[in-house]
Write a protein that binds this ligand. Sequence first.
Ligand code: HEM
Length: 205
Amino acid sequence: MSEKLYLYPVWLRIWHAINALMFLVLLVTGVSLQYSNPDYQLIRFDYAVTYHNIAGIILAFNYLIFLFGNILTGNAVFYKLRRKGLVDKLLKQMNYYISGTFKGEHTPFPVTKKRKFNPLQKVAYLATMYMMIPVMIITGVALLFPEMIIMNVMNLSGIYLTALLHGIVSIFLLIFLVIHLYFSTMGSSPTSNFKSIVNGYHEPH
Ligand code: HEM
């Protein structure tokens, strides 16, 4: 077996741990708020509001660690997407996930010191971290300070539209998380990637 690669520096692991934890708090409290019912409450409404707000604020500040960490360290390089041949690369990776992996084929884009992510991972992480999370933070802050929101947009309540966008993107984030967890089990062993994001070292296949 080749050598372990140190791919997850301390700041990234701290960001990821806080992000994952706050994400789970937001998910549970968010679901509880969305389906709030005075007869049956998953979490007491006022508690759910408080925990949701606190976790949202922590996640938003923590996002700055991700942004500045990527700007100030070499980690941003792993997120660079080359348009040339992208569709082919995505199809190759998808094909591996759909069939190759079950036939014992080797991964088409093995992890190296220079390539931490496969093309699908890159697209998913870019969309999540640079589109969906910012939309959630912006709409979340707006809902926390609703006086900032335009009251009427084409005869629809601006607050309603902001909450709708916040809710829709949260569903996509939940889908991301399920896929993220599933693909994380596809390392050299089902638990090896989970160990990597804790100890920093990637275990090659
Ligand atoms: C809740 C439990 C979570 C677990 C167990 C988990 C697990 C993992 C694992 C094993 C890795 C390393 C494998 C890889 O490089 O892809 C990873 C990386 C990553 N995760 Fe998660 N994750 C969780 C939540 C999240 C959430 C909620 C997000 C974003 C909304 C997220 C975003 C990322 C990103 C962007 C990376 C790559 C970081 C980098 O190396 O630059 N994760 N995660």
